[in-house]
Design a protein around this ligand. Structure first.
Ligand code: FAD
Length: 303
């Protein structure tokens, strides 16, 4: 068996693998797509000590660093089941079952998409999902936030301090965000909130986003908003479906962890965007991966 088997090859999984391997213990990594969300990222400007980089560069760096150690890297392999027996057993989609004394789950998350024409075409060219990451790229420009829940209204307040104007489009007839956030957003002169608005299309000039179309659900009329950026804030979905009924998840599907990265199953740890850790960021996921690896090592020397 492995000593530590890491599931996921994003920043959390890579950090967990490096920290584990540096302890001289038998380490494996199973990753459906090495790099995770970072592979889909254009500009990264908040990875501390690296002023600016991009996703593919950071992914190459992660892989080089992992392979610098004696790690079994199993790419394009998907985990479909986890079970704790004498060892923790991880079943892969291809039928193989891997055994390990401890497991670190770092399967990340994915942003819910609007599924409208233009969204994919202009992803990274005006269509964005992370205001902390991409907000500053729209300095002085007009933007929209899709979604009036907590993350949408927080994004609008955040962006209002950077961009020229923010239009919030909410599908429902009420905002689902906390009252204090709604009051704050409503008090900002450069934020407009439109309810019962169904976004129907992202418009671009072939290079970049130039606007969006939405339908007023009360009147069925179509409207055009001219803007440079669209922040989609309709939910971050943890990749934890295969763990349903296996360990403790929140009602949103996040793996519940404590400060040591421990889950509800002894010997099973978790890190990064798939967990209850607040604020989903590269640097935070890496810290979580390091914590989980040290937690797993602590567990191994005691058992
Ligand atoms: P992920 O990066 O999601 O990686 C998950 C890994 O698990 C992947 O390798 C995946 O293939 C694998 N996996 C999933 N399910 C399974 C399974 N069943 N079996 C095996 N493997 C599985 N953050 C910043 O700090 N700065 C930025 O500028 C920034 N920009 C972003 C831009 C975009 C477009 C997006 C989408 C996100 C951005 N983020 C940014 C957020 C950041 O990418 C995430 O917080 C971070 O990647 C989370 O790391 P993770 O390792 O937890 O998960």
């Amino acid at each position: 068996p492995y000593d530590v088997l890491v599931v996921g090859g994003g920043p959390a999984g890579a950090a967990a693998a490096i920290y584990s391997a540096r302890k001289g213990i038998r380490t494996g990594v199973v990753a459906e797509r090495f790099g995770g969300q970072v592979a889909d990222t254009m500009a990264i400007e908040n990875f501390i000590s690296v002023k600016a980089t991009d996703g593919p560069k950071l992914v190459a760096g992660l892989e080089q660093h992992v392979l610098d150690y004696d790690v079994d890297l199993m790419k394009t392999q998907k985990a479909v089941r986890l079970e704790k027996k004498e060892f923790v057993e991880l079943e892969l989609e291809n039928g193989a079952v891997l055994k390990s004394k401890s497991v670190i789950l770092a399967t990340g998350a994915r942003w819910r998409e609007m599924n409208v024409p233009g969204e994919q075409e202009y992803r990274g060219k005006g269509v964005a999902y992370c205001p902390h990451c991409d907000g500053p790229l729209f300095k002085g420009k007009k933007t929209a936030v899709i979604g009036g829940g907590n993350s949408g209204i927080e994004a609008a307040i955040d962006l209002a301090g950077i961009v020229e104007h923010v239009t919030v489009l909410e599908f429902g007839d009420t905002l689902r965000a906390d009252d204090v956030l709604v009051k704050k957003a409503e008090s900002l002169a450069n934020v407009t909130i439109i309810k019962e608005a169904m976004t129907t299309e992202v418009l671009g000039d072939g290079e970049r986003v130039i606007g969006l179309k939405y339908t007023d659900r009360r009147t069925d009329e179509s409207h055009l908003v001219e803007l440079a950026g669209i922040f989609v804030q309709i939910g971050l979905v943890p990749n934890s479906e295969f763990l349903q009924d296996t360990l403790e998840l929140t009602n949103r599907g996040e793996i519940v962890i404590n400060a040591h990265g421990e889950t509800s199953i002894q010997g099973v740890f978790a890190a990064g965007d798939v967990t209850t850790t607040p604020y989903k960021q590269i640097i935070i996921s890496m810290g979580g991966g390091a914590t989980a690896a040290l937690g797993a090592f602590d567990y191994l020397i005691r058992n």
